[in-house]
Design a protein around this ligand. Structure first.
Ligand SMILES: C[S@@+](CC[C@H](N)C(=O)[O-])C[C@H]1O[C@@H](n2cnc3c(N)ncnc32)[C@H](O)[C@@H]1O
Length: 238
């Protein structure tokens, strides 16, 4: 998927007419079986580098914020979040080397962009999430902006809420912020999240002149509604 910012982004087409009938079953299966696939070497190495930075950051600022920007693509959101949260260390993760190394307009010092409190790293989140969980990073906000939707019914397990890493991914961050142009994706995630005591509402993303990501820009230019789900622990578990 690429994010050329033209006004012709296609609306999601799915053969589902509502929440996937197997969603609860799949989530329960993943919650009751440990995900034991070995880590890929490149992600283990990338994690080690980030873990060193996180430890250093926390040694200097024990109450400092760690913000995780998962599926960050070209890292536009990572850079924006870093500028908006100068006290935080922001880590953007994407499996595509091509994306995270891409130069993006508007974020050089000539453009007035100053923040240096962020890092972009190439890693597979199926492994990276498990490593973050095991290392117990104190993540404050965990963003997943415009994940690949996999709208065909048979691809439920490729969506993050249908993946084997769902238990670990949802345990990272005091809040989990997802955005998508496919409302049903967020409705499914919201339903799956109840199984791990996370609750939250879906609302429209307000259209601004500075979208958080290239995909958001593309959908907005096409006149599509972007949706946001913010999840936090439900009161019973606090
Ligand atoms: C639709 S793009 C959205 C990118 C960006 N957040 C945006 O809104 O412009 C989804 C991104 O998720 C990344 N991705 C998908 N599966 C991943 C995985 N297992 N680990 C890391 N990144 C992944 C892809 O490489 C891609 O850049």
């Amino acid at each position: 998927m690429t994010a050329d910012i033209t006004g012709d982004s296609k609306v999601i087409i799915t053969n589902q007419d509502g929440i996937h009938e197997k969603l609860d079953e799949v989530v329960i299966k993943h919650l009751s079986h440990a995900f034991q696939k070995p880590y890929q070497a490149h992600t283990e190495l990338a994690f080690k580098e980030m873990d060193t930075l996180v430890r250093k950051f926390l040694a200097a600022k024990p109450d400092g914020d760690i913000i995780l920007d998962a599926c960050c693509g070209v890292g536009q959101s990572t850079r924006i979040l870093a500028a908006q949260n100068p006290q935080a260390l922001v880590i953007g993760v994407d499996k595509s080397d091509h994306r995270i190394t891409k130069n993006i307009e508007g974020f050089s010092s000539q453009d007035g962009y100053q923040a240096d409190n962020y890092h972009l790293v190439r890693a597979d989140l199926n492994d990276f999430y498990r490593l973050v969980k095991a290392a117990n990073w104190p993540v404050s906000k965990h963003y997943i902006l415009y994940p690949n939707p996999w709208p065909k019914s048979k691809h439920l397990q490729r969506r993050w809420h249908g993946s084997a890493v769902f238990p670990q991914m949802t345990s990272i961050g005091k809040s989990l912020i997802l955005r998508s142009n496919w409302r049903l994706y967020l409705q499914e995630f919201q339903q799956a999240a109840k199984q791990v005591n996370l609750v939250g509402c879906i609302e429209k993303v307000r259209k601004t002149t500075s979208p958080l990501t290239p995909f958001e820009a593309k959908y907005q230019v096409s006149g599509q509604v972007c949706w946001q789900l913010i999840l936090r622990q439900s009161c019973q578990t606090i």
